[in-house]
Design a protein around this ligand. Structure first.
Ligand SMILES: [Zn+2]
Length: 223
């Protein structure tokens, strides 16, 4: 169990786990993993595969170099640890990472279809480009984690990626905002699917996307 310093992050992630379940963002298996940064070189992370009913014993402290620093982490979790650590290494401003199989987003991941940037609320998260699909590779392999890290590095304004045939990975400055972005993305995915019955979603006007990009440049940050 992590020490006192990680307590705030653990409490925030426990709350996020409950929220994700209440909002239907965990699919039936409730599989997910949650983490939050507690220093430049370390983060606290869930130890198991389900996050609906977490308590403080369900977390370990892990280094961005993927070493377990406090608590126990099952060796089968290594692939997941590597995925979270990779995001913290390539995105120093990331304060939390969430991986889920949220149903509507995962439908896009299964179809290898990027989620188009057509839902206005996503602009508030600075998401003005489609959420890409990272190609499938054996879980935990260097190719799998490297593929995720490469896409995130190549898209500095992106804070989410779809994992082909698997699920979604989302990151923001803290656990609450990361959960909020995940909820907005799954809403977007559901609405894009519903809009197909009406002939398909239409793009936002170019000036909406330009305005978001200009604002991000003006503030010199993504959020
Ligand atoms: Zn998964």
């Amino acid at each position: 169990m992590p020490g006192f310093a990680a307590g705030g992050a653990v409490a925030a992630l426990v709350a996020v786990g409950r929220q994700l379940e209440a909002k239907g963002l965990l699919f039936r298996g409730t599989h997910a993993n949650l983490s939050a940064r507690i220093g430049p070189d370390r983060f606290v992370m869930t130890r198991g595969g389900s996050v609906a009913h977490l308590d403080a014993a369900d977390f370990a402290v892990v280094g961005v170099d993927e070493r377990v620093l406090e608590g126990d982490m099952d060796p089968t979790m290594h692939e997941v640890v590597a995925m979270h650590a990779g995001i913290y290494r390539v995105r120093p401003e990331a304060g939390a990472v969430i991986h889920t199989h949220s149903p509507h987003l995962t439908a896009f991941a299964l179809a290898h279809e990027p989620l188009p940037a057509v839902y206005e609320p996503l602009l508030r998260f600075g998401l003005a480009e489609p959420v890409p699909v990272v190609p499938w590779a054996p879980r935990g392999s260097e190719r799998s984690v490297g593929g995720i890290v490469d896409v995130v590095r190549d898209h500095p304004d992106l804070s989410a990626v779809l994992l082909a045939n698997h699920g979604v990975l989302v990151f923001q400055r803290d656990p609450a905002s990361t959960a909020q972005l995940l909820a907005t993305l799954d809403e977007a995915a559901e609405l894009v699917l519903l809009a197909r019955a009406l002939g398909g979603a239409k793009p936002l006007p170019p000036e909406a996307l330009d305005a978001v990009r200009a604002r991000m440049t003006a503030f010199g940050s993504r959020r």
